[in-house]
Design a protein around this ligand. Structure first.
Ligand SMILES: Nc1ncnc2c1ncn2[C@@H]1O[C@H](COP(=O)(O)OP(=O)(O)OP(=O)(O)O)[C@@H](O)[C@H]1O
Ligand SMILES: [Mg+2]
Length: 277
């Protein structure tokens, strides 16, 4: 792919005798939202940790912004940011203090202004000076992501950013992720929620038994191959449909669509149960 921010080829990883990743391949276009779907234990976090340079793959190659993730880890680290499955905010500080502290860690020059801008961006400006201990789970999660943005990353890894959030917070998180994507950040998202993948992803990849077993846009994944849905207007009975279609007599074709299934059904067909809707 030209313009790929991340290219992964044949990534393998085992823990002891258990092979978790058995040759994973995918590419992510610059500025897009890539969503990795998989059941519990499929290896989503393992892939994130490999790409974020936290662990090494046993085999294969991962390139991020032209850099080899394994061989040029220090340079890669400067370009990425990772928000893990559990938040890392300091409860005893205010939202603003958390952001200023992180900005200082990243050696950002104008930490106060950067903090103020990020507070606007994540819609927490009006509670900026409240202690995080008073925040809801959704607010904490948004602050966590804002903290990871202080270094102005090219790639943002979000490992299950909405797990455990209520519907309202989830929707707020989605709009924040869309905003970030619009601003040009490449987003690597893992989720167990199919609706989330459908809402946000430019490309979805399904990880199952150590490999990517399906990938494409949400529309591509939902399209049933080799099937068209024809809507016709006719005065004839249903039973005569096949005869009618053969002769095309007394038939007015109203529309032709690709037949599609729900993403949930696609997932269940490919992977079996184990993922929440
Ligand atoms: N440090 C480790 N040592 C041994 N096994 C591990 C280690 N980390 C992960 N695993 C195993 O590797 C498999 C993949 O784990 P991983 O955390 O990548 O899955 P996941 O898709 O992120 O799951 P979840 O949806 O629960 O977050 C699991 O079977 C897990 O038990
Ligand atoms: Mg995980």
């Amino acid at each position: 792919m030209r313009n790929a921010t991340i290219s992964v080829h044949g990534i393998a990883k085992s823990y002891g005798k258990t092979a978790v990743l058995k040759g994973v391949d995918f590419e992510i276009a610059k500025g897009s939202v890539f969503c990795l779907l998989g059941s519990n234990g499929a290896g989503k976090t393992t892939i994130v940790r490999i790409l974020a340079t936290l662990i090494k793959a046993d085999g294969g190659e991962a390139i991020l912004c032209g850099l080899n993730v394994h061989k040029q880890a220090a340079q890669v680290r400067r370009l990425i940011s990772l928000t893990g499955q559990y938040t890392a905010v300091d409860e005893l500080l205010t939202a603003r203090e958390n952001l200023i502290m992180t900005a200082k860690l990243f050696h950002v020059k104008d930490s106060k202004n950067v903090a103020a801008e990020l507070l606007q961006k994540i819609n927490l400006a009006d509670v900026a000076d409240k202690k995080v201990s008073q925040f809801s789970g959704g607010m904490r999660r948004r602050l966590d992501i804002a903290m990871s943005l202080t270094g102005d990353p090219a790639v943002l890894f979000l490992d299950e950013p909405t797990t455990g959030l209520d519907p309202q917070s989830r929707i707020e998180m989605w709009s924040m992720i869309r905003e970030l994507s619009r601003s040009g950040v490449t987003i690597f998202l893992t989720t167990q929620y199919l609706e989330e993948a459908e809402q946000l992803a430019d490309k979805i990849a399904i990880l199952h038994e150590g490999k990517i077993i399906k990938e494409g846009t949400p529309e591509q994944l939902k399209t049933v191959e080799n099937t068209l849905l024809l809507t016709v207007k006719t005065s004839k009975e249903k039973a005569d449909v096949s005869k009618m279609m053969n002769g095309l007599d007394d038939v007015e074709l109203l529309s032709v669509e690709r037949q599609s299934e729900r993403l949930e059904d696609v997932f269940l067909r490919l992977v079996g149960s184990g993922v929440e809707k």
